[in-house]
Design a protein around this ligand. Structure first.
Ligand code: NAI
Length: 333
């Protein structure tokens, strides 16, 4: 067996982490042969809770888990990292303005970006989950100038999985029979779930999604709003935000970074836009369709975009530009 890799999860005392840590520790993400040192970072008041999480991880008696390090210190948490999953962020409190929320998160991700820059390996793969995920990711990337921007991504895989499942349920097939949905843009209600390039394996052969579903009005209407608003619907029903499905999506995302995407398939993730793809402005973390090989992503090129799609892709880009400009102004202070 190889040397253990060092994997950080922040927000490690929270509810997503509670579902996520087991998946990582048992080999669902980095492979069944890869020993792991897990570093759990949370804020000081949560250290007693972290102790409980450490005990439970030990009690799982997992073969790959070599060490678990709980901490509230960035110099401990970010040291020599191979992978960083940044889940912890400032939650929105009652009466809190969007701007104040953004400001608090800029402070967190500026500091964690600088810690990555200072302490982590230059090859570290960074996945930002804490909301607003795209903009937090951009701030972290900007605050870690010695680490390539391509190493940073944010989670839109949950939205991708939601879209996949909605189509699968509609067609009466398993979710794995639905390929190549796309989430464009922001992980927010302006995101655009696009099925124009999606194929459904129905009765043994691949069929274009619109032909398989046979309900264009649904695909251009309720399907989109269901996926866009799914997070809110889960909160309304559960009184807590998505955690099990978020953890599963994090595992899917990081596993694909580590081991690559299957031939002919693409997945969605928020990545750094250099202004060269699909007319998306540069210097945004925007969700694109990507294929991954040798731990490097490549945007899927040349997909035909119709007017309907273009207007939705532009709307979510406009929101991200505004979010970025507000956040970057805070970064300078
Ligand atoms: P939670 O409130 O249960 O846990 C968050 C944890 O982060 C808490 O233990 C908190 O103490 C910790 N934390 C806060 N500031 C921190 C800091 N500076 N450093 C380290 N830890 C810190 O929240 P939950 O449900 O686990 O969600 C976490 C985040 O993930 C939220 O921002 C949520 O909106 C986001 N989310 C993102 C999704 C996506 O698809 N991108 C999907 C679902 C949730």
């Amino acid at each position: 067996m190889s040397e253990p890799i060092r994997v950080l999860v922040t927000g490690a005392a929270g509810q997503i982490a509670y579902s996520l840590l087991f998946g990582i520790a048992k080999g669902d993400v980095f492979g069944k042969e890869q020993p792991i040192t897990l570093i759990l970072l949370d804020i000081a008041p949560m250290l007693p809770v972290l102790e409980g999480v450490v005990m439970e991880l030990q009690d799982c008696a997992l073969p790959l888990l070599r060490e678990v390090i709980p901490t509230d210190k960035e110099e401990v948490g970010f040291k020599d990292l191979d992978a960083a999953i940044l889940v912890g962020s400032m939650p929105r409190r009652d009466g809190m303005e969007r701007k104040d929320l953004l400001k608090a998160n800029v402070a967190i991700f500026k500091s964690q970006g600088a810690a990555l820059d200072k302490y982590a390996k230059k090859t570290v793969k960074v996945l930002v989950v804490g909301n607003p995920a795209n903009t937090n990711c951009l701030i972290a990337a900007k605050s870690a100038p010695s680490i390539p921007k391509e190493n940073f991504s944010c989670l839109t895989r949950l939205d991708h999985n939601r879209a996949r499942s909605q189509v699968a349920i509609r067609c009466g097939v398993p979710a794995t029979h639905v390929k190549n949905v796309i989430i464009w843009g922001n992980h927010s209600s302006t995101q655009y779930p696009d099925v124009h390039h999606c194929v459904v394996n129905k009765s043994g052969s691949d069929t274009a999604c619109f032909d398989a579903v046979k309900d264009d009005a649904w695909l251009k209407g309720d399907f989109i709003t269901t996926v866009q608003q799914r997070g809110g619907a889960v909160i309304k029903a559960r009184k807590l935000s998505s955690a099990m499905s978020a953890a599963k999506a994090i595992c899917d995302h990081m596993r694909d970074i580590w081991s690559g995407t299957p031939e002919g398939e693409f997945v969605s993730m928020g990545i750094y836009s250099n202004g060269n793809a699909y007319g998306v402005a540069e210097d945004l973390i925007y969700s694109f369709p990507v294929q991954i090989k040798d731990k490097a992503w490549k945007i899927v090129d040349g997909l035909k975009i119709n007017e309907f799609s273009q207007s939705k892709m532009d709307a979510t880009a406009a929101e991200l530009i505004e979010e970025r400009d507000t956040a970057v102004a805070f970064l300078a202070v």
